[in-house]
Design a protein around this ligand. Structure first.
Ligand SMILES: Cc1cc2nc3c(=O)[nH]c(=O)nc-3n(C[C@H](O)[C@H](O)[C@H](O)COP(=O)(O)OP(=O)(O)OC[C@H]3O[C@@H](n4cnc5c(N)ncnc54)[C@H](O)[C@@H]3O)c2cc1C
Length: 371
């Protein structure tokens, strides 16, 4: 049994940690935020919530397809029959063919919370440095003067540019340069998400039965996506209708202009104004506007393999959506294959856990807990 530190409680880190724990290792997950899920993010609002990272889940890839089937049976996710339109440069819209899409009534972050159950997760622990120490293993250092800790092996389940910050000081300490170069070669594009809530009176202008539920903009300079979040969860409070909530997501070019902005409200206002021009003029008068910047939103030119691994100076592995894929399906596949690799290198039992077996073990665990 090895002590393994997993940096990052996004979907890749959670899947990897669960699999390693199933193999019998002692696993601790370090997460800089207060919650789990990373970009699979949901913001709580007064009477509802909104997904400001992952928009919805599609059963792409065998592992994600299987997970969604199980989560559907456990009522964590449900099918979303939202009509998704594509807006063209001339302002015309056409609806995309219906396909299987899933959302969670409690917000897409519910999927991450389900995957996190039973793990030792140290939240608000931002890892600022890792260093190999002879005979002791990896020394892990955190910000805010939290005491250092140790691990035999490390998984960096964080976006590539954030992994570069931790890996760069390791090259004089034995980290092979090709490992650093492979991580450095992956680029991420940013995105700004604005959650806007409106009054019931403003919502009266919406024809709920006919309305689109999501719009994908292919050529707009600023807007990439709008979702009518209310269509995902008409009301979380019984007998109380939810006022309209929209999420506006920007293009990478728009977000680039705000990389160093302290105040993101002006960026959010521009997005709602653009939406008002394209759709309904009252959209530029939200009751509340919450703006979030994703510095590392989408992996561009991902690494071709499911993980990047090295045994020198000590066992270390990078995982995430940027290894082999680009989205949630890729993150899950990467997390699982990363765990398999470590089990082959460090474990005393063969690495034979399939994703189906892992998810089944998690289901048994949740049934045991709710019994
Ligand atoms: C706006 C937006 C919309 C998207 N829409 C979709 C969609 O519709 N469908 C889809 O499949 N995918 C979508 N994606 C992509 C999807 O969110 C990602 O592919 C997936 O969530 C990546 O998971 P991950 O675990 O690899 O990384 P992350 O989710 O980024 O997790 C990394 C975690 O590491 C933590 N961390 C980072 N550095 C440190 C550190 N030094 N110390 C401790 N913790 C650290 C972070 O806080 C984070 O929790 C979207 C992404 C964005 C931003």
């Amino acid at each position: 049994m090895a002590t393994i530190g997993v940096v990052g409680a996004g979907i890749a880190g959670l899947v990897c940690a669960q699999a390693l724990q199933q193999y019998g290792h002692q696993v601790v997950v370090y997460e800089k935020s207060r919650g789990v899920g990373g970009r699979m993010a949901t913001r709580r609002l007064a009477s509802t919530c909104a997904d400001h990272g992952v928009r919805y889940l599609e059963p792409e890839g065998e592992a994600l397809r299987y997970l969604l089937g199980v989560l559907h049976d456990h009522h964590v996710v449900r099918a979303w029959r939202g009509a998704i339109a594509q807006m063209l440069s001339d302002g015309s819209c056409h609806f995309l063919a219906p396909s299987r899409r899933y959302i969670a009534r409690e917000g897409v972050n519910a999927v991450a919370k389900w995957l996190a159950v039973g793990l030792d997760i140290r939240r608000q622990h931002r890892v600022t440095a890792i260093a190999p120490v002879a005979k002791q293993g990896w020394q892990i250092t955190f910000e805010d003067e939290q005491p250092d800790t140790w691990a035999d092996a490390l998984v960096l389940a964080i976006p590539a540019p954030q992994a570069v910050d931790l890996l760069t000081p390791l090259t004089p300490l034995g980290l092979p340069l090709p490992v650093l170069d492979a991580v450095r070669a992956v680029e991420f594009s940013p995105c700004i998400s604005a959650i806007a809530t409106y009054s019931h009176e403003q919502g009266e202008f919406l024809d709920y039965s006919q309305a689109w539920h999501g719009i994908q903009f292919d050529t707009h300079p600023d807007l990439a996506w709008i979702s009518f979040e209310t269509s995902k969860r008409p009301s979380l409070i019984p007998d109380k209708a939810t006022p309209p909530v929209f999420v506006f997501q920007s293009t990478a070019a728009f977000a680039d202009q705000y990389q160093n902005a302290q105040d993101l409200q002006p960026a959010g206002m521009i997005l709602v104004q653009q939406a008002a021009q394209a759709l309904y003029d009252w959209l530029d008068q939200p009751v509340d506007l919450y703006v979030h910047r994703w510095r590392y939103a989408f992996a561009q030119r991902p690494y071709p393999g499911p993980y990047i691994a090295t045994q020198t100076p000590l066992p270390l592995l990078c995982s995430g959506d940027w290894c082999g894929g680009q989205q949630v399906g890729g993150a899950i596949a990467s997390g699982l294959q990363a765990a398999t690799y470590f089990q082959q290198k460090l474990g005393d039992t063969p690495a034979a856990l399939s994703f189906h077996e892992l998810v089944q073990a998690l289901c048994d665990r949740s049934s045991a807990e709710s019994a």
